[in-house]
Ligand binder design. Structure first.
Ligand SMILES: Cc1cc2nc3c(=O)[nH]c(=O)nc-3n(C[C@H](O)[C@H](O)[C@H](O)COP(=O)(O)OP(=O)(O)OC[C@H]3O[C@@H](n4cnc5c(N)ncnc54)[C@H](O)[C@@H]3O)c2cc1C
Length: 401
């Protein structure tokens, strides 16, 4: 008997999975369990348009409010799932209620890491993950406010850009020599350092944070940085507790195969939490980006319904900071590439960077250059060797490489 499909995690991946199940023609019960009180919404605007007050709240939701009822999807919001019994096919909710399932999707996403220093878990420390975090920051990003951001990753930099745009005085503290150094490598990371400094951010690199306090940050060298607003953006960790306690294989996320099935055949995972085997790379990768949470659920839904589906999309993400728009297509890990090739005007921030290994393009990042993700994706997917000189030459169409 089909007891229905339960999805834990009511955000982008969870909502898209519910949508895909109905699109596939599934008519059984679908229950979407989420511990946030908001219906599923998208997070990218929380550090961009919504944080800046340029985007309306209604625009951030994945579906209109009445969509769930119209599609027979039961929303259990403000309710955490506290346990999963794969063999017994039940999910336990806080309060003790048990939901039976035939198939279960874990779409529990990820949560901000805390800084392991004194004060790192203080209630004056802000993070940016949820809609309320964004609204709280918007209220305090004011002209003259002293905003200190710890961590120059994507979220930290986008928040810094929003704070500067709102007229705040912004200091960014980063332990590495450059922002985004691990993800982008030295050459491309420098672009983001220059961008923020050009917009008046006091970007301090190679800095050790020793303590967080309500009135600012104490540094390893004994110096202090006063703060009215203290935001920590030092990365995220996948929410794997449910899976771990259920005995599923967890290794930097919930491990799945290319169909997004976990180590239990009736339990699937998608989005930030999934460390999914990727056929193109021949190994599992965990992607903490919007496009992955948008597209994996269709494959998970088809797989849950017993159809043959494989997730093999080339990873993609984007950022917007001040007047810089960027898209990144592919997957290049630190130490995994041997050359970076630039095409275009790097100083003018209008270029494409390519990460290569053995002459093959692993990833491409277009900065203020548009409509090139299709040929970049094709270059990555084909794995064909390219001539670096032609790759660097804007006169050579990407499709002809
Ligand atoms: C501020 C911000 C800006 C971003 N900007 C970009 C961008 O520009 N480009 C880009 O590509 N990506 C961006 N991302 C990343 C992107 O938003 C994530 O990859 C995406 O949200 C992942 O979706 P998800 O559904 O897998 O997980 P999440 O969005 O993390 O959602 C998981 C949900 O599950 C809930 N949950 C967890 N455990 C339980 C439980 N036990 N019971 C019930 N509910 C539970 C969580 O509270 C959460 O609501 C950004 C993220 C943030 C936070």
């Amino acid at each position: 008997m089909d007891t229905g499909i339960v999805i834990v995690g009511a955000s982008l991946a969870g909502a898209k999975a519910a949508e895909a199940l109905r699109a596939e023609g599934y008519q059984g019960p679908v229950t979407l369990v989420g511990d946030e009180s908001e219906r599923p919404y998208e997070r990218p605007p929380l550090s961009k348009g919504y944080l800046l007050g340029k985007e309306e709240k209604e625009k951030v939701y994945v579906h209109p409010a009445d969509w769930y009822e119209r599609h027979g999807v039961t929303l259990r919001l403000g309710t955490a799932a506290t346990g999963v019994d794969p063999a017994g096919h039940t999910v336990t909710l806080e309060g003790g209620e048990r939901l039976p399932f035939s198939k279960l999707l874990l779409a529990t996403g990820s949560a901000p890491r805390t800084l392991p220093v004194p004060g790192g878990d203080g209630d004056f420390v802000r993070t940016l993950r949820r809609i309320g975090d964004s609204e709280g920051l918007r209220a305090v990003f004011r002209p003259g406010a002293r905003v200190v951001v710890v961590g120059a990753g994507w979220i930290g930099l986008e928040a810094a850009a929003a704070a500067r745009t709102a007229g705040a005085e912004v200091t960014v503290l980063e332990a590495a020599e450059l922002p985004l150094l691990r993800v982008l490598g030295r050459e491309a990371a420098q672009v983001f350092a220059d961008l923020h400094r050009a917009h008046g951010v006091d970007l301090r690199l190679g800095v050790e944070v020793a303590e967080l306090r309500a009135d600012g940050v104490r540094l390893g060298d004994g110096g202090t940085v006063p703060a009215d607003v203290l935001l920590v953006g030092v990365g995220i960790s996948p929410n794997t507790a449910l899976a771990e306690n259920a005995g599923l294989t967890v290794d930097d996320g919930v491990r799945t195969d290319q169909h997004l099935a976990t180590s239990h055949p009736d339990v699937f995972a998608a989005g930030d939490v999934a460390n999914a085997f990727h056929p193109l790379f021949g190994r599992p990768i965990r992607v903490e980006h919007w496009a992955n949470a948008l597209n994996q659920p269709a494959v998970a839904a088809a797989s849950m319904l017993g159809k043959s589906a494989v997730y093999d999309r080339v990873p993609y993400f984007f950022t917007d900071q001040y007047d810089l728009g960027m898209e990144y297509t592919g997957h290049a890990e630190p130490g995994g590439y041997d050359r970076v090739v630039f095409r275009g005007d790097v100083a003018g921030r209008e270029f494409i960077a390519f990460w290569l290994s053995g002459g093959k393009v692993l990833a491409g990042m277009n900065v203020n250059v548009w409509d090139v993700t299709d040929p970049i994706r094709e270059l990555v997917r084909s794995g064909r060797p390219v001539d670096p000189e032609r790759l660097a030459d804007p006169a050579v169409p990407l499709a002809e490489l």
